[in-house]
Design a protein around this ligand. Structure first.
Ligand SMILES: [Zn+2]
Length: 218
């Protein structure tokens, strides 16, 4: 059906996480890294992998689905059917929900988004900070598991929640030291995504180009 719209040109369908990964590897924070995990942390948590210098979408385009790795075995039920998934702890709505459950209250504007929680954390609100720390812990456990399995050396994080900046990245770097413990993953770094809101579009182009040749060589 998509091919009909493009007048018969070849079409590749890849998920947001994979598209963002292609974009970050081509022109963003994962550029020059042959083994990388890229993540979108927003209303959900998605991701994609660069392995051996190439995008690794997997047979169905779903490789890198880090949002639904369980990092809390007896944790809250996730809409996917499992428990304690990274997304169930680290997505924007879950960061906001946990802050509200802990007693955080929004300002006069009634904004209960993760961005509002991040602003409160930046201003020193302990409950807001704790919610971001818990999200960072879940992300760190998922990233460390990925690194231990396939030896990535960088995790790039984009999406609305990453806009919290150091409110997220400072506890994330701390937590990574707790979970990425084997010698070959200790140099693992995390970096904010660079491609912004165009990442999906640029990534779709990059993924399509990768199909025929190595984009990183362009
Ligand atoms: Zn899940």
């Amino acid at each position: 059906r998509v091919r009909a719209v493009t007048g018969g040109l070849p079409v590749d369908l890849v998920g947001d996480g994979v598209a963002m990964t292609a974009a970050e590897h081509w022109q963003g924070a994962a550029q020059g890294h042959d083994n990388a995990l890229c993540m979108v942390v927003s209303t959900g948590v998605g991701g994609g992998l660069i392995l051996g210098g190439k995008l690794h979408p997997g047979p169905t385009g779903n490789a890198g689905h880090i949002g639904h790795i369980s990092v809390d075995l007896d944790g809250d039920s996730c809409p996917c059917g499992a428990r304690g998934c990274v997304e169930r702890i680290a997505s924007g709505p879950n960061i906001a929900r946990r802050a509200l459950d802990g007693g955080w209250r929004p300002g006069a504007d009634g904004d209960v988004s993760a961005a509002a929680v991040a602003a409160a954390a930046r201003a020193g609100d302990k409950v807001a900070m704790a919610s971001f720390e818990r999200a960072a812990q879940a992300l760190a456990a998922g990233i460390a598991a990925t690194a231990t399995l396939v030896e990535i050396d960088i995790a790039v994080i984009g999406g609305g929640v990453a806009k919290a900046g150091e409110v997220l990245f400072a506890p994330l770097r701390r937590s990574l030291r707790d979970y990425a413990t084997l010698s070959f993953v200790q140099r693992l770094t995390v970096a904010p995504a660079r491609m912004g809101t165009d990442a999906g579009l640029v990534g779709a182009a990059a993924a399509a180009l990768t199909r025929d040749r190595d984009v990183s060589a362009l």
